[in-house]
Design a protein around this ligand. Structure first.
Ligand code: NAD
Length: 256
Protein backbone atom coordinates (compact mmCIF):
# COMPACT_ATOMS: atom_id res chain seq x y z
CA UNK A 1 0.00 0.00 0.00
CA UNK A 2 2.20 2.80 -1.28
CA UNK A 3 -0.04 4.98 -3.35
CA UNK A 4 1.14 8.08 -1.48
CA UNK A 5 4.66 7.06 -0.54
CA UNK A 6 7.02 10.05 -0.40
CA UNK A 7 4.06 12.43 -0.67
CA UNK A 8 3.52 15.21 1.85
CA UNK A 9 -0.15 16.11 2.34
CA UNK A 10 -1.84 18.94 4.19
CA UNK A 11 -5.30 17.91 5.40
CA UNK A 12 -7.65 20.58 6.77
CA UNK A 13 -10.63 19.67 8.89
CA UNK A 14 -8.48 16.72 9.93
CA UNK A 15 -10.24 16.33 13.27
CA UNK A 16 -13.64 15.86 11.63
CA UNK A 17 -15.27 12.58 10.64
CA UNK A 18 -14.15 12.67 7.01
CA UNK A 19 -10.77 14.28 7.73
CA UNK A 20 -9.79 11.65 10.30
CA UNK A 21 -10.67 8.83 7.91
CA UNK A 22 -8.69 10.46 5.08
CA UNK A 23 -5.69 11.03 7.38
CA UNK A 24 -5.68 7.35 8.43
CA UNK A 25 -5.94 6.15 4.83
CA UNK A 26 -3.31 8.57 3.51
CA UNK A 27 -0.82 7.52 6.22
CA UNK A 28 -1.56 3.83 5.57
CA UNK A 29 -0.63 4.55 1.93
CA UNK A 30 2.75 5.99 2.94
CA UNK A 31 1.98 9.72 3.14
CA UNK A 32 3.39 12.24 5.57
CA UNK A 33 0.55 14.45 6.76
CA UNK A 34 0.12 17.90 8.25
CA UNK A 35 -3.13 17.71 10.19
CA UNK A 36 -4.94 21.05 10.50
CA UNK A 37 -8.04 21.82 12.53
CA UNK A 38 -9.39 24.31 15.06
CA UNK A 39 -10.26 21.48 17.49
CA UNK A 40 -7.11 20.86 19.57
CA UNK A 41 -8.25 17.85 21.60
CA UNK A 42 -9.45 15.65 18.70
CA UNK A 43 -6.39 16.67 16.73
CA UNK A 44 -4.11 15.58 19.60
CA UNK A 45 -5.83 12.17 19.80
CA UNK A 46 -5.43 11.67 16.05
CA UNK A 47 -1.74 12.60 16.20
CA UNK A 48 -1.19 10.05 18.97
CA UNK A 49 -2.96 7.41 16.87
CA UNK A 50 -0.98 8.14 13.69
CA UNK A 51 2.40 8.72 15.35
CA UNK A 52 4.79 11.61 14.97
CA UNK A 53 6.98 9.97 12.31
CA UNK A 54 4.25 10.35 9.72
CA UNK A 55 2.19 13.21 11.10
CA UNK A 56 2.36 16.66 12.61
CA UNK A 57 -0.62 18.69 13.79
CA UNK A 58 -1.45 22.39 13.75
CA UNK A 59 -4.32 24.13 15.49
CA UNK A 60 -5.35 26.85 13.05
CA UNK A 61 -8.26 28.73 11.53
CA UNK A 62 -8.42 27.87 7.83
CA UNK A 63 -9.99 31.23 7.02
CA UNK A 64 -7.04 33.23 8.42
CA UNK A 65 -4.51 34.03 5.69
CA UNK A 66 -1.43 34.15 7.91
CA UNK A 67 -2.33 30.86 9.57
CA UNK A 68 -2.90 29.18 6.19
CA UNK A 69 0.43 30.45 4.91
CA UNK A 70 2.10 29.17 8.11
CA UNK A 71 0.69 25.64 8.00
CA UNK A 72 1.51 25.25 4.29
CA UNK A 73 5.09 26.34 5.04
CA UNK A 74 5.24 23.89 7.92
CA UNK A 75 4.86 21.02 5.45
CA UNK A 76 8.10 22.15 3.80
CA UNK A 77 9.93 22.82 7.08
CA UNK A 78 8.87 19.55 8.71
CA UNK A 79 8.73 17.08 5.82
CA UNK A 80 10.75 18.81 3.07
CA UNK A 81 8.02 19.79 0.60
CA UNK A 82 4.33 19.72 -0.28
CA UNK A 83 2.60 17.44 -2.80
CA UNK A 84 -1.08 17.24 -1.88
CA UNK A 85 -3.62 19.54 -0.25
CA UNK A 86 -6.93 18.19 0.95
CA UNK A 87 -8.98 21.35 1.58
CA UNK A 88 -11.69 19.69 3.57
CA UNK A 89 -12.63 21.87 6.57
CA UNK A 90 -16.17 23.14 6.45
CA UNK A 91 -19.27 23.98 8.43
CA UNK A 92 -22.95 23.26 7.84
CA UNK A 93 -24.19 26.72 8.78
CA UNK A 94 -27.82 27.40 9.62
CA UNK A 95 -29.66 24.22 8.57
CA UNK A 96 -33.44 24.45 8.56
CA UNK A 97 -33.57 28.21 7.87
CA UNK A 98 -34.78 29.70 4.60
CA UNK A 99 -32.71 32.37 2.83
CA UNK A 100 -35.08 34.99 4.23
CA UNK A 101 -34.48 33.75 7.77
CA UNK A 102 -30.65 33.75 7.61
CA UNK A 103 -28.73 36.68 9.07
CA UNK A 104 -25.82 38.43 7.35
CA UNK A 105 -23.50 37.03 10.04
CA UNK A 106 -24.65 33.45 9.39
CA UNK A 107 -24.26 33.83 5.62
CA UNK A 108 -20.82 35.45 5.88
CA UNK A 109 -19.53 32.88 8.34
CA UNK A 110 -20.34 29.98 6.01
CA UNK A 111 -18.78 31.74 3.02
CA UNK A 112 -15.69 32.62 5.05
CA UNK A 113 -15.07 29.15 6.46
CA UNK A 114 -16.16 27.12 3.42
CA UNK A 115 -15.00 29.29 0.50
CA UNK A 116 -12.38 31.84 1.55
CA UNK A 117 -10.45 29.02 3.25
CA UNK A 118 -10.18 27.00 0.05
CA UNK A 119 -9.10 30.02 -1.99
CA UNK A 120 -6.41 30.72 0.65
CA UNK A 121 -5.34 27.08 0.59
CA UNK A 122 -4.91 27.24 -3.20
CA UNK A 123 -3.16 30.62 -3.04
CA UNK A 124 -0.61 29.54 -0.43
CA UNK A 125 -0.01 25.98 -1.57
CA UNK A 126 0.41 26.64 -5.31
CA UNK A 127 3.98 28.05 -5.08
CA UNK A 128 5.03 25.09 -2.90
CA UNK A 129 3.42 22.50 -5.18
CA UNK A 130 4.99 24.21 -8.19
CA UNK A 131 8.40 23.97 -6.52
CA UNK A 132 7.92 20.18 -6.31
CA UNK A 133 7.13 19.96 -10.03
CA UNK A 134 3.38 19.51 -9.53
CA UNK A 135 0.82 18.11 -7.15
CA UNK A 136 -2.83 17.65 -6.36
CA UNK A 137 -5.38 19.86 -4.63
CA UNK A 138 -8.51 18.03 -3.54
CA UNK A 139 -11.44 20.19 -2.43
CA UNK A 140 -14.31 18.79 -0.40
CA UNK A 141 -17.47 20.17 -1.96
CA UNK A 142 -20.74 18.21 -1.74
CA UNK A 143 -23.73 17.18 -3.78
CA UNK A 144 -24.90 20.54 -2.41
CA UNK A 145 -22.34 21.98 -4.84
CA UNK A 146 -24.24 20.48 -7.77
CA UNK A 147 -27.93 20.66 -6.90
CA UNK A 148 -30.07 23.02 -4.86
CA UNK A 149 -31.83 22.27 -1.60
CA UNK A 150 -34.22 24.32 0.49
CA UNK A 151 -33.35 25.58 3.96
CA UNK A 152 -29.60 25.19 3.56
CA UNK A 153 -28.95 28.27 1.43
CA UNK A 154 -25.53 29.46 2.72
CA UNK A 155 -24.15 25.89 2.64
CA UNK A 156 -25.47 25.19 -0.87
CA UNK A 157 -24.15 28.55 -2.08
CA UNK A 158 -20.71 27.93 -0.56
CA UNK A 159 -20.39 24.43 -2.01
CA UNK A 160 -21.42 25.67 -5.48
CA UNK A 161 -18.80 28.43 -5.16
CA UNK A 162 -16.14 25.76 -4.59
CA UNK A 163 -16.93 24.26 -7.99
CA UNK A 164 -16.04 27.54 -9.72
CA UNK A 165 -12.99 28.00 -7.54
CA UNK A 166 -11.68 24.50 -8.27
CA UNK A 167 -12.29 24.79 -12.01
CA UNK A 168 -10.53 28.17 -12.15
CA UNK A 169 -7.57 26.83 -10.21
CA UNK A 170 -7.43 23.75 -12.45
CA UNK A 171 -7.16 25.95 -15.54
CA UNK A 172 -4.64 28.35 -14.00
CA UNK A 173 -2.40 25.64 -12.56
CA UNK A 174 -2.47 22.95 -15.26
CA UNK A 175 0.73 24.29 -16.79
CA UNK A 176 2.47 23.65 -13.47
CA UNK A 177 1.11 20.07 -13.37
CA UNK A 178 -1.03 20.91 -10.37
CA UNK A 179 -4.36 19.11 -10.58
CA UNK A 180 -7.43 20.49 -8.81
CA UNK A 181 -10.61 18.48 -8.33
CA UNK A 182 -13.60 18.34 -6.03
CA UNK A 183 -15.01 15.41 -4.11
CA UNK A 184 -18.79 15.69 -3.86
CA UNK A 185 -20.17 13.36 -1.22
CA UNK A 186 -23.85 12.81 -0.61
CA UNK A 187 -25.06 12.81 3.00
CA UNK A 188 -22.38 11.07 5.06
CA UNK A 189 -23.00 8.98 8.19
CA UNK A 190 -21.43 11.62 10.40
CA UNK A 191 -21.68 14.23 13.14
CA UNK A 192 -22.40 16.94 10.57
CA UNK A 193 -25.47 15.09 9.28
CA UNK A 194 -26.76 14.73 12.86
CA UNK A 195 -26.46 18.55 13.15
CA UNK A 196 -28.28 19.07 9.84
CA UNK A 197 -31.03 16.55 10.70
CA UNK A 198 -31.52 18.35 14.03
CA UNK A 199 -31.77 21.69 12.18
CA UNK A 200 -34.50 20.35 9.88
CA UNK A 201 -36.64 18.50 12.44
CA UNK A 202 -35.47 19.45 15.96
CA UNK A 203 -38.39 17.59 17.53
CA UNK A 204 -37.27 14.26 15.99
CA UNK A 205 -34.03 14.00 13.98
CA UNK A 206 -35.01 10.59 12.59
CA UNK A 207 -37.81 12.27 10.62
CA UNK A 208 -35.35 14.37 8.63
CA UNK A 209 -33.08 11.38 8.10
CA UNK A 210 -35.95 9.29 6.77
CA UNK A 211 -36.85 12.03 4.30
CA UNK A 212 -33.25 12.38 3.11
CA UNK A 213 -32.77 8.61 2.78
CA UNK A 214 -35.83 8.42 0.55
CA UNK A 215 -33.97 10.56 -2.03
CA UNK A 216 -30.92 8.26 -2.24
CA UNK A 217 -31.22 5.32 -4.67
CA UNK A 218 -28.81 3.24 -2.56
CA UNK A 219 -31.06 3.86 0.44
CA UNK A 220 -28.29 4.73 2.88
CA UNK A 221 -25.82 7.50 3.74
CA UNK A 222 -22.25 7.43 2.42
CA UNK A 223 -19.62 5.96 4.77
CA UNK A 224 -16.57 8.09 5.60
CA UNK A 225 -14.24 5.38 4.26
CA UNK A 226 -16.00 5.57 0.88
CA UNK A 227 -15.34 9.31 0.73
CA UNK A 228 -11.72 8.86 1.85
CA UNK A 229 -11.06 6.34 -0.93
CA UNK A 230 -12.15 8.88 -3.55
CA UNK A 231 -9.88 11.47 -1.90
CA UNK A 232 -7.01 8.98 -2.09
CA UNK A 233 -7.62 8.41 -5.81
CA UNK A 234 -7.52 12.15 -6.49
CA UNK A 235 -4.51 12.74 -4.23
CA UNK A 236 -2.49 9.94 -5.81
CA UNK A 237 -0.86 9.60 -9.23
CA UNK A 238 -3.68 7.20 -10.18
CA UNK A 239 -5.61 10.33 -11.21
CA UNK A 240 -2.67 11.79 -13.16
CA UNK A 241 -4.79 13.19 -16.02
CA UNK A 242 -7.82 14.23 -13.97
CA UNK A 243 -8.27 17.91 -13.29
CA UNK A 244 -11.07 20.45 -13.07
CA UNK A 245 -13.72 17.82 -12.40
CA UNK A 246 -16.23 16.80 -9.77
CA UNK A 247 -16.14 13.30 -8.31
CA UNK A 248 -19.42 12.19 -6.77
CA UNK A 249 -19.71 9.67 -3.96
CA UNK A 250 -23.46 9.82 -3.51
CA UNK A 251 -25.16 6.44 -3.98
CA UNK A 252 -26.88 7.77 -7.10
CA UNK A 253 -28.56 10.77 -5.45
CA UNK A 254 -27.70 13.24 -8.22
CA UNK A 255 -28.57 10.72 -10.95
CA UNK A 256 -32.31 10.99 -10.30
P1 NAD B 1 -17.02 17.63 10.69
O1 NAD B 1 -17.78 18.73 11.30
O2 NAD B 1 -16.92 16.32 11.38
O3 NAD B 1 -15.55 18.10 10.31
C1 NAD B 1 -15.25 19.40 9.89
C2 NAD B 1 -13.97 19.82 10.59
O4 NAD B 1 -13.62 21.13 10.14
C3 NAD B 1 -14.14 19.89 12.12
O5 NAD B 1 -13.15 19.09 12.74
C4 NAD B 1 -13.97 21.36 12.43
O6 NAD B 1 -13.33 21.60 13.68
C5 NAD B 1 -13.12 21.84 11.26
N1 NAD B 1 -13.27 23.28 11.04
C6 NAD B 1 -14.43 23.96 10.89
N2 NAD B 1 -14.16 25.27 10.75
C7 NAD B 1 -12.81 25.42 10.83
C8 NAD B 1 -11.94 26.52 10.77
N3 NAD B 1 -12.39 27.77 10.60
N4 NAD B 1 -10.61 26.29 10.87
C9 NAD B 1 -10.14 25.04 11.04
N5 NAD B 1 -10.92 23.95 11.11
C10 NAD B 1 -12.24 24.14 11.00
O7 NAD B 1 -17.66 17.41 9.23
P2 NAD B 1 -17.29 16.35 8.09
O8 NAD B 1 -18.50 15.59 7.81
O9 NAD B 1 -16.03 15.63 8.39
O10 NAD B 1 -17.07 17.39 6.88
C11 NAD B 1 -15.85 17.55 6.18
C12 NAD B 1 -16.14 18.25 4.87
O11 NAD B 1 -17.03 17.43 4.11
C13 NAD B 1 -16.84 19.61 5.00
O12 NAD B 1 -16.32 20.50 4.06
C14 NAD B 1 -18.28 19.28 4.68
O13 NAD B 1 -18.99 20.39 4.20
C15 NAD B 1 -18.10 18.21 3.63
N6 NAD B 1 -19.25 17.33 3.42
C16 NAD B 1 -19.79 16.68 4.49
C17 NAD B 1 -20.89 15.86 4.29
C18 NAD B 1 -21.55 15.14 5.43
O14 NAD B 1 -22.65 14.62 5.24
N7 NAD B 1 -20.95 15.08 6.61
C19 NAD B 1 -21.42 15.70 2.99
C20 NAD B 1 -20.82 16.37 1.94
C21 NAD B 1 -19.73 17.19 2.17
Amino acid sequence: MNRLSNKVCVITGAAGDIGREAARLFVSEGAHVVLVDRDPSTLAKLLTELGSTHAVSVVADVSNEQEVSDFMSLAVKHFGGLDVVLANAGIAGPAGKTLEQCSVEEFDQVMTVNVRSVWLAIKHSAPLLRARGGGSIVVTSSIAGLVGAGKAGPYVTSKHALMGLAKTAAVELARDKIRVNTVNPGPVESRMMREIEHGFTPEDESKAKKGILSTIPYGRYVRTDEVAKMMLFLASDDSSFCTGSAYLVDGGLVAI
